[in-house]
Write a protein that binds this ligand. Structure first.
Ligand SMILES: C[S@@+](CC[C@H](N)C(=O)[O-])C[C@H]1O[C@@H](n2cnc3c(N)ncnc32)[C@H](O)[C@@H]1O
Length: 298
C-alpha cells in the first residue's frame, strides 16, 4: 500500500511544488519507515553517513544530496536519484588522475550533479552529446533486451528521443550545478570523441547513451585514456547488446590488448533503483579495499 502511495505521489509530483516537496519527503524517509535496504532513503542515509571522518564530510554530503534532490525535482532527468548517489560515492573515493567525461546528458540533470562533484574535486567536466537526441538507429540496434526486466519492457529508441538544446542544457547546469568547470561538445560521438576534444587523462566517465553502437563508440574512444584506478560507468549495462559490444572479445584482444576488467553492478548488482548502472575500474592489482570504497553500502 505504501509503495502504491509512493508511486502515485511521485507520478504527479512534476505538476505542483507542494506535491514535489511531499514526494521528496517520502523518498527521503521511505527507508526508515519500511526498513527496506533497497530504497533511496536507505542509500541517502548511508551516503551521508559515509562522510564521517572524511574530507567530504557529512555536512558536505548532506548539502550535495539536497542539491541533487533539487535537480531531480526541477530538471527532466533519465537517471534515478540512487544513480546520482552511486556516482557521487565513486567520485568522492576515487584515487585517479584526470578530468571527468560525460557522454549523453539529455537536459543536463546528470551533468549538473557531476558538475557539483567536479567543482568539489577540482576537476573539469567535459560533456558530449548531439543536443538533438538519439541519432537515426540501424535496425539491429533499434531494440535491445533488458537483463532484468520482462519482455513486456521494450526499448523505444527513436530518432530525436531525449533531445534537449545546448543552450537549455547550459542554462540548467548554470541554475542547478556549477557551469564554471564544464565544457559542452556538440555532435555525434563518432565525430566528436577525438583526442583533440577529450582530455589527455580521464579519471571518470559517465556514459548514458542507450544504443549499443553509441555505447561502443564512447567506450572505444575513451577507455584507452582512462587513468590507473579510474572508473568507467555506463548507464546502459542492463542491455544485452550493449554488454556484448563492451565485452566483444575481438575489441579486447586486438585493440586494447588486455583482459577486460570485472563489471560491477550491471542489471542486478547495486540496487533495484539502479539496474542500469555498471562500472569498470582500470588497473591491475587493485585492492579490494579500494574497490569497496567506491560503493555506498560499505
Ligand atoms: C538517456 S539520455 C541521457 C540521460 C542523462 N544522462 C540523464 O541522466 O538525464 C541519452 C543521451 O545520449 C545522446 N546520444 C545517444 N547516442 C548519441 C550519439 N551517437 N551521439 C551523440 N549523442 C548521442 C542523446 O542525445 C541523449 O541526450
Amino acid at each position: 500500500m505504501r509503495l502504491i502511495l509512493k508511486r502515485s505521489v511521485l507520478g504527479i509530483a512534476k505538476r505542483s511544488r507542494l506535491v514535489t516537496d511531499v514526494a521528496a519527503y517520502i523518498m527521503r524517509h521511505s527507508s526508515t519507515q519500511t526498513n527496506m535496504k533497497d530504497t533511496y532513503g536507505y542509500f541517502r542515509e548511508r551516503f551521508t553517513n559515509n562522510g564521517k571522518d572524511k574530507d567530504a564530510n557529512e555536512s558536505i554530503r548532506e548539502d550535495l544530496v539536497r542539491q541533487f534532490e533539487r535537480i531531480d525535482q526541477e530538471v527532466p532527468i533519465a537517471s534515478t536519484p540512487t544513480d546520482g548517489l552511486f556516482l557521487a560515492e565513486m567520485l568522492l573515493n576515487m584515487e585517479a588522475d584526470g578530468d571527468i567525461v560525460e557522454c549523453g546528458c539529455y537536459a543536463g540533470g546528470s551533468s549538473a550533479k557531476l558538475s557539483l562533484l567536479a567543482k568539489l574535486l577540482n576537476r573539469k567536466l567535459i560533456v558530449f552529446d548531439s543536443f538533438e537526441g538519439l541519432p537515426v538507429v540501424e535496425q539491429y540496434y533499434l531494440r535491445d533486451q533488458h537483463c532484468r526486466r520482462s519482455n513486456d519492457w521494450v526499448t523505444d529508441w527513436s530518432e530525436g528521443r531525449y533531445a534537449a538544446r545546448l543552450d537549455e542544457v547550459q542554462s540548467n547546469i548554470e541554475q542547478y550545478g556549477e557551469f564554471s568547470v564544464c565544457s559542452l561538445v556538440k555532435g555525434w560521438f563518432n565525430e566528436t570523441l577525438t583526442r583533440g576534444n577529450l582530455p589527455e587523462q580521464v579519471s571518470f566517465v559517465f556514459a548514458d547513451v542507450d544504443l549499443a553502437n553509441s555505447a561502443r563508440d564512447c567506450f572505444v574512444a575513451i577507455w584507452p585514456l582512462v587513468s590507473n584506478r579510474g572508473i568507467y560507468v555506463t548507464h546502459d549495462t542492463a542491455y544485452i547488446k550493449v554488454l556484448q559490444e563492451l565485452y566483444n572479445p575481438k575489441l579486447w584482444k586486438e585493440q586494447f590488448k588486455s583482459m577486460p576488467p570485472i563489471l560491477f553492478g550491471a542489471g542486478y548488482g547495486l540496487c533495484n533503483d539502479s539496474p542500469h548502472i555498471g562500472y569498470l575500474v582500470k588497473g591491475e592489482s587493485l585492492s579490494s579495499e579500494y574497490l569497496k570504497s567506491l560503493t555506498i553500502d560499505k
